[in-house]
Design a protein around this ligand. Structure first.
Ligand code: GLA
Length: 694
């Protein structure tokens, strides 16, 4: 029987529950939106260590005037913070952070481990990377240290710890960036790294017999009798070994970042986020794995030569959002031009603003310009900036100032909002690497294939998530895997569960060919999904020229890659067939579909031309009941929606080079115009942010 005390406790508990339910819901807090600050922010990379202190105030005054509210500092300032081993000088940084706060600017602190100081690399030369040819890196560039070097890891941990002890509780420090672009994934080929790789393999495979079996080392007499015989692959090696090396690289960078994350976490307020700046489609490591230890991912969005391609850029934002299925930051983007491309042309007036809003529309909560002002000497003297060498604004500063003011005006509408999609595109580093090791045709480009699916699907659905195949799928009406080459059993089961519960899974060419060891699956493609599909790939062909293909989606061509499909089940339906081509493909199935469970599986064996791809996308979207974010808009207009916390905000951007207009379904509020509106007239690169009228 319950005692009186227990009864009293139960009554109080119930009362609290009832009161709690009546309370207003707490504001939906996103880690990408630091509490107490604007929900969307403009930032810049600032290097106070390169300038006399007397200059700082003027820099910050100019930033404040442009509504720049974030500075990222210190990510290359190791030699200033630790001028000699164990002797730290953080006073200057403390003053810089305080002065920024005085100008309403918060700070993101970068750990400086992408650029070790000269004393370090001279005293500990073993920390420097050794390349494939046995040559050790020299001092003077960056990313020259080995992420596997125990000594380097110890020194990195120490500087990160010292920074966290100083600034882990500083109110205006909102977060941390670990390192910078993670050494472009350049590994060291020294004996210590090789030994670590062998140990990692041993932990994974347990016995050499198992490893020899999974890699089929009997082929070309590769059989290993001792772990120490296993080389670091340098290309042209066994596909199993090559894929495991990539996973080991991921593991090493993960360890490298976790070392720093651990000491920062121990010494900082939980409100301080920890991120790093990735590089879009760079594939040196598995970004899904590295993102796990971060609060959220960030990326550096550079166009390089030419002009922004809205689909490419949107896709890369969506990729980054998918790393952790969260909002993200654009830690760096180009202030007009870069200095490292073939032709470093300046983006057109208004183009950078359109890019800034596109980032927000796709789920970014900060856009940071690299960099504020060029150092008077150093490798990047020609790069775009906001100030000239004389310390006064260049013409481009005006555009950032406009962005800053617009972000401030519209920010509240974005608080607590994220992007949600009904369509997911599956991306896997294992699959991408597996294809790259054995392309079969140099013309095959993994990212281009993803983009060929993304473009029409995004046009129709107006929102697409790009996620890892092991991510939860239940929320999606349509899941498309354009090139899921590696489908181990557990992923196949996960995909089948999605279909059984009513989802539509579409597989592109090269799907389901390999197991997790990069070995061929004996079922043929799509491997463990053959039975559910009621069909399979009979043979694949790298194409030297285009071949005709026609059927439910119309008539057109296939190029680069084509697979002859076959059906084994009476309810598998042929959607497309090849026309007269190489004899083998003539009149054979190119796309098939079959109902399975409450859902459907479709396999497309051909790389279709744009028109056919658009028709295929239309069929997928219709069959799956996908509804668009807004509805049909003119060509060149990108519409996106962010929602959450009881809000819905639409962003319209005109990426066409002519005027475009959009009719709204009813009068709404245009936040940039600050007026009611029922039609948008957007010039080239024009932007509007629209919410319901209160
Ligand atoms: C990278 C780096 C920056 C800077 C820019 C120049 O993204 O992170 O330090 O070198 O490129 O575009």
């Amino acid at each position: 029987m319950a005692s009186l005390r227990q009864w009293r406790f139960a009554v109080v508990f119930l009362l609290l529950q009832v009161l709690g339910a009546q309370q207003k819901p707490t504001r939906y807090a996103l880690p990408t939106q630091p509490p107490g600050h604007d929900a969307i922010l403009v930032g810049t990379a600032w290097y106070p260590e390169q300038w006399p202190e007397s200059r700082w105030e003027e820099d910050l005054r100019l930033m404040e005037a442009a509504n720049i509210k974030v500075v990222r500092v210190a990510e290359f300032a190791w030699s200033t913070m630790e001028p000699s081993e164990g002797k730290y000088d953080f006073d200057w940084l403390k003053r810089a952070i305080a002065l920024a706060a005085k100008h309403n600017i918060v700070t993101v602190l970068g750990t400086p481990t992408a650029a070790p100081p000269a004393w370090l690399t001279s005293k500990y030369p073993d920390t420097l990377r050794v390349d494939e040819n046995g040559r050790r890196a020299t001092h003077g560039n960056r990313a020259q240290a080995s992420p596997s070097s125990p000594k380097y890891r110890e020194l990195c941990r120490r500087i990160a710890e010292q920074m966290a002890i100083r600034f882990g509780h500083t109110p205006s420090v909102v977060g941390w960036q670990i390192d910078n672009e993670y050494g472009y994934a350049q590994m060291s080929y020294d004996a210590g790294t090789r030994q670590k790789f062998q140990d990692w393999l041993k932990a994974k495979y347990k016995t050499l017999a198992n490893l020899n079996n999974q890699w089929t080392t009997a082929y070309w007499s590769q059989t290993y009798d001792s772990w120490s015989e296993i080389p670091i692959p340098v290309g042209g090696h066994n596909p199993g070994l090559m894929l495991d090396w990539k996973r080991f690289v991921t593991h090493e960078y993960d360890g490298y970042q976790r070392d720093q994350i651990e000491v920062i976490r121990k010494n900082s307020d939980p409100r301080q986020f920890i991120t790093t700046n990735f590089m879009g489609w760079f594939d040196g490591y598995d970004h899904y794995i590295l993102s796990q230890a971060l609060t959220f991912p960030s990326w550096d969005d550079y166009v390089g030569s030419g002009h922004v391609d809205a689909d490419n850029n949107g896709l890369t934002h969506d990729l980054t959002r998918g790393f952790k299925r969260s909002n993200f930051w654009v830690m760096e983007t180009q202030p007009g031009a870069v200095n490292w491309h073939a032709v470093n042309n300046f983006l057109n007036k208004g183009e950078v603003r359109a890019m800034a809003w596109q980032a927000i529309a796709h789920g970014a909560d900060e856009v940071g310009y690299w960099q504020w002002r060029s150092a008077l000497n150093g490798q990047e003297e020609y790069h775009g900036t906001l100030l000239g060498p004389d310390g006064t604004p260049v013409p481009f500063y005006e555009e950032v100032s406009q962005i800053g003011h617009e972000f401030s005006a519209a920010q509240d509408a974005f608080r607590g909002t994220t992007v949600t999609s009904q369509v997911a595109l599956l991306n896997s580093y294992d699959s991408r690497w597996a294809i790259q090791f054995q392309k079969h045709t140099q013309k095959y480009d993994y990212v281009a294939v993803l983009k060929s699916y993304y473009k029409p699907l995004h046009q129709l659905a107006q929102s697409v998530d790009v996620i890892s195949p092991d991510a939860p799928l239940a929320q999606y009406k349509l899941v498309v895997a354009p090139a899921l080459n590696v489908i181990p059993k557990d992923i196949a089961d996960h995909l089948l569960e999605y279909v059984r519960n009513g989802g539509h899974l579409v597989l592109g060419p090269r799907s389901g060919m390999k197991n997790q060891y990069n070995g061929l699956l004996p079922q043929r493609q799509p491997g463990y999904l053959v039975d559910a599909l009621g069909g399979r790939v009979e043979q694949y062909y790298a194409l030297e020229k285009d071949f005709p293909v026609s059927g439910d989606w119309g008539s057109g061509d296939t190029s680069v890659w084509a697979e002859r499909l076959g059906t084994s089940s009476s309810d598998a339906q042929v959607l497309m067939r090849y026309g007269k081509s190489n004899g083998w493909l003539d009149d054979q199935p190119a796309a098939i579909t079959r109902p399975y469970g409450k859902g459907r599986i479709t396999y497309i064996g051909a790389l279709l031309d744009d028109k056919l791809m658009a028709a295929a996308a239309e069929w997928m979207v219709k069959d799956s009941g996908v509804t668009p974010v807004f509805g049909s808009v003119q060509d060149g207009i990108e519409v996106s929606r962010r929602s959450g916390d009881g809000k819905d905000v639409l962003v319209f951007i005109n990426f066409a080079q002519e005027n475009r207009s959009v009719a709204l379904p009813h009068p709404m509020k245009c936040l940039l115009k600050d007026a009611a509106c029922n039609q948008l007239d957007l010039p080239a690169y024009g932007v509007e942010v629209v919410v319901e009228q209160k």
